[in-house]
Design a binder for this molecule. Structure first.
Ligand code: SIN
Length: 303
């Protein structure tokens, strides 16, 4: 068995695999398949100051190598999360990353402040949701706004702060540097790519929101490129995600510079995907006589 453990921002993970925010709820459905303690961590569904019902349906559409979603940050609100979901998650012997969002920097800071008073291990600030009118990608596509919202949240919490970045930008490295400068302890990327499908019979967009975020295997090369660029631009750790389906995908993202890897859409087609990915990573390391997964981080040798 290779050593799969990693340390991010002072937090020990038994392995680098974390189901991504929004695909795993609060873990309850997946616990029927395996013990959540097998996971490196869990990123919870994005939580806002108040309950949100999200966007009108249809808000999911299949694509040839993935899916579009326009969920719109449906969630029960921070008070419900802290009272009803977090206590259960904190018993699971895995690292809990509370994903947070808000329409304003003040709302994000208020949510972070409430979580600061809990035992949650880390916060992941979502400045990249493409499906909301206020906040979300509006924060994550401007260095100034990304810096402002990060600074507001930084003031509100001493917990390790990850900022989740949007790929829908001209230069992801500029945004990463802006949030690093305002106190982010790590960045995670990539969130979904903005996309659209049209029903050619009705001439209506398939999604009621017209546009949505593209995830799945089709975006993996974009994720590898952006993780590589970002890891070379900032000093803080990078958590990679975007179309990871196999252990070899996770190894590839780590060679690009990721210190840990989130698994998104893959859990919809196979709930066991994170567990299989952990096992496949171990096989790759064993077969290649690599004793620790930490040895491969950022080891790509560009031409
Ligand atoms: C959503 O709830 O719309 C998805 C979240 C995200 O893409 O950040």
């Amino acid at each position: 068995m290779a050593d799969l453990s990693v340390n991010l921002c002072g937090i020990d993970f038994k392995n680098p695999i974390i189901p991504a925010s929004g695909v795993f709820g609060y873990g309850r459905e997946y616990e029927e398949f395996y013990s959540l303690s097998e996971l490196g961590g869990i990123a919870t569904k994005g939580t806002t100051g108040q309950k949100r019902t999200g966007n009108p349906a249809p808000r999911i559409a299949e694509t040839p190598a993935g899916m579009l979603n326009s969920v719109g940050l449906q969630n029960p609100g921070i008070d419900y999360f802290i009272e009803h979901e977090l206590p259960n998650l904190m018993t699971k012997n895995t690292v809990i990353l509370a994903n947070i969002a808000g329409a304003t920097p003040e709302e994000c800071a208020e949510v972070a402040e409430k979580l600061d008073a809990t035992d949650v291990h880390m916060l992941e600030l979502n400045i990249s949701c493409p499906n909301v009118r206020q906040g979300g990608a509006a924060f994550g596509t401007s260095c100034e706004m990304a810096g402002q919202v990060t600074a507001a949240v930084r003031k509100a919490t001493k917990k390790p702060l990850i900022v989740k970045l949007s790929p829908n930008v001209t230069s992801i490295t500029d945004i990463a540097k802006a949030v690093e400068a305002e106190g982010a302890d790590a960045v995670s990327l990539i969130n979904t790519l903005l996309g659209m499908r049209i029903d050619i019979r009705t001439r209506r967009p398939v999604l009621r929101n017209n546009v949505g975020g593209l995830s799945g295997a089709g975006i993996f090369p974009v994720a590898v490129r952006m993780v590589w660029q970002t890891a070379n631009a900032v000093k803080i750790p990078v958590i990679g995600m975007g179309g990871v389906n196999t252990g070899e995908d996770a190894i590839e993202l780590m060679m690009a510079g990721a210190s840990a890897v989130q698994v998104g859409m893959a859990v919809f087609t196979d709930p066991y995907a994170p567990i299989k990915i952990i096992s496949q990573m171990n096989d790759f390391l064993d077969q290649n006589h690599i004793s620790s997964v930490r040895e491969i981080i950022g080891t790509v040798q560009p031409w």
